[in-house]
Design a protein around this ligand. Structure first.
Ligand code: LR7
Ligand code: MN
Length: 570
């Protein structure tokens, strides 16, 4: 009996040992797996490479022109440098020559509204600042880091985490690390070099995984923080951990690196278009317009924001299946609002961002990652309203390229998130829905199979309300509505009469008589302010329609695909 017991105990002990070993193995393997894309940057230096790096850096530092760009003033180089700068602007959408000559720790003017200085903040939270980059210019990355170091009180800065999304630029594979180890030794800066390019969404996730601060602040790699930028962000999160915050994003000009502000008292917040793009919108609520405390924002641009670290994970971090660039900002914006958080712009926190005219990098296979990512978020978060996005991108609606959505749908259930209609009604009530509560909508055709058309007007331009052959399938350039208010509009553009005769698509003002139209049952679209009717008479394919004296002619009869008869004028 005793023997049996001892043997049993031995077997037990072996079993437990075996179990422990397997457990250990599992842990090691899974660790290895999550790290398989990480190559945390411990730079190994021998004498030779130290010398090479040091020489490169001192050469570089010698060329810096003291005080260039101070106060955020526009800066210019002369002679050949100026010419090279122009060229660079065409290749990289950025004057790289100028950036390389400008001090990395330039001092900016305080861009805030003066009244911001009255606020006293005393946050206890510490932040991790996460900066991701792919082939960005080293001097631009370093200026971002320096601005964070100089403008953030050290007791509020836990660390700076750089995530290199597998850049191929030589300087970013060694020299940058060397700079940090030698010039920024006293600061807690980690650099993670990813082995494979993951795209900006997953790169940010890797940064977040490595972060230890109470709050995560994400920045694009071409930003400059200004005075007291971090205090109001941290204080607000201390007050409400579900508040996700965006500073005012000022423009750093890509050609002369000027830090330009929109004046100190007016700013915009985030909106979106049904084509799935981020847009800037005016604050609707009069009281909020000149507020200095946080203001509600329906969406965020995506590159610069602060979020409580635990809340970031609780609310679903990012959609890990989003590739490349784009879409993650609207996904996060909708999710935050629908699942119980809030998005706010903090007027007393200001950060500059270099706005480039084009992306200086490309993506493998030229995949439309913005479209695919947006299709993912439309399926998960927009309920029936996704129809409006897919009208712009019909090819993506049932396309397997969009990938599996199970996890994100589960997340939405788990967090018991509200509907997209709730979001529109409560967070963004001014958002125009082109096929809801309207008098008429769809293609607008004449008897001669000609249709109203925006003639591919760019999003930020003003142009004629055009006439074009009707497309056999609905194309968004021919989709118009007559709103309840009597606007003849295309999303954010309203048709307005100029000089009594010309009809232009321009920003909707809501109050202008020239933007007011009456759709009559006989098919005329009448503008009372000029007492004229919309006419296609004498207009060629691709030309602009006119406001003409009303008369009984087929050129002034318009037929919408869908009409709400009861809302039409007799
Ligand atoms: O493959 C890539 N891997 C990366 O790490 C591609 C890019 N990146 C890095 C890149 O180096 C940069 O630091 O990701 C960052 C953002 O890329 P940008 O600067 O080319 O993007 P953007 O400023 O044109 O675009 C905006 O929308 C993006 C949608 O995915 C991101 O959310 C950006 O962060 C965002 N930028 C801002 O919100 C800044 C304000 C601009 C506005 C409006
Ligand atoms: Mn950017």
């Amino acid at each position: 009996m005793l023997m049996k017991c001892v043997r049993l105990k031995r077997i037990h002990a072996r079993l437990i040992l075996a179990l422990l070993v397997t457990l250990l193995l599992i842990i090691i393997v899974s660790k290895l797996k999550t790290n398989e894309n990480l190559e945390s940057g411990q730079l190994v230096l021998d004498n030779n490479s130290t010398q090479i790096f040091e020489k490169k850096l001192t050469d570089y530092e010698r060329r810096i022109i003291p005080n260039l760009g101070d106060n955020g003033d526009p800066s210019f180089l002369e002679g050949n440098d100026a010419k090279e700068g122009e060229k660079a602007l065409k290749t990289f959408a950025l004057n790289t020559v100028l950036s390389d000559r400008m001090p990395l720790n330039r001092k900016l003017r305080d861009p805030r509204n003066k009244k911001c200085k009255r606020f006293k903040y005393n946050p206890k939270l510490k932040t991790s600042v996460i900066v991701i980059f792919y082939n960005e210019l080293m001097s631009v990355i370093l200026r971002t880091i320096w601005s964070v170091i100089l403008q953030t009180p050290s007791h509020l800065l836990k660390e700076i985490i750089l995530v290199d999304d597998a850049s191929t630029e030589e300087n970013l594979n060694g020299l940058l690390d060397y700079y940090i180890e030698t010039r920024l030794r006293n600061y807690n800066i980690k650099i993670i070099h990813l082995k494979h390019r993951l795209g900006l969404i997953r790169a940010r996730l890797q940064g977040a995984r490595a972060a230890q601060g109470d709050v995560l602040i994400f920045l694009d790699a071409h930003c400059e923080a200004t005075e007291d930028w971090v205090e109001p962000l941290l204080s607000r999160i201390e007050e409400d951990r579900t508040a996700v915050l965006v500073p005012i994003i000022d423009v750093i000009e890509a050609n002369n690196l000027a830090y330009s502000t929109n004046g100190d008292s007016s700013f915009q917040v985030g909106g979106f278009s049904w084509s799935g793009h981020f847009t800037w919108i005016d604050i609707q609520n009069e009281e909020d317009k000149h507020k200095l405390t946080p203001v509600k924002s329906p969406t965020m641009a995506g590159g610069l924001f602060a979020i409580d670290r635990n809340f970031f994970w609780d609310i679903g971090s990012y959609d890990e299946q989003m590739d490349g660039w784009g879409g993650e900002n609207l996904e996060m914006s909708f999710r935050i609002w629908q699942c119980g958080g809030r998005l706010e712009t903090v007027p007393c926190s200001r950060v500059g961002h270099i706005f480039r005219d084009f992306h200086p990098y490309s993506f493998p296979d030229n995949k439309d990652t913005h479209g695919i990512n947006t299709a993912r978020l439309a399926h998960v978060w927009m309920d029936d309203y996704k129809r409006l996005f897919f009208m712009h991108q019909p090819g993506l609606e049932n396309n397997p390229i969009v990938g599996d959505l199970t996890h994100r749908k589960q997340l939405r259930q788990k967090l018991r998130c509200k509907s997209f209609k709730w979001y529109l009604d409560n967070v963004y009530p001014e958002k125009f829905v082109p096929d809801e509560n309207v008098v008429a909508h769809g293609q607008v055709r004449t008897e001669f199979e000609m249709c109203l058309d925006d003639l591919q007007l760019a999003d930020d331009k003003v142009g004629p309300l055009g006439l074009y052959q009707c497309h056999p399938h609905m194309a968004m350039s021919q989709y118009f509505s007559i709103s309840e208010k009597g606007e003849l509009r295309k999303e954010n553009f309203c048709s307005e009469v100029f000089n009594e005769h010309d009809v232009q698509l321009t920003e909707c003002h809501g109050h202008k008589r020239e933007q007011y139209w009456v759709y009559h049952k006989n098919g005329t679209i009448f503008n009372p302010s000029v007492n004229r009717c919309l006419s296609s008479e004498g207009v060629e394919n691709g030309g602009g329609v006119k406001a003409d004296i009303c008369k009984d002619t087929l050129y002034q009869r318009w037929k919408f695909d869908k009409v709400n008869e009861t809302a039409m004028a007799v």
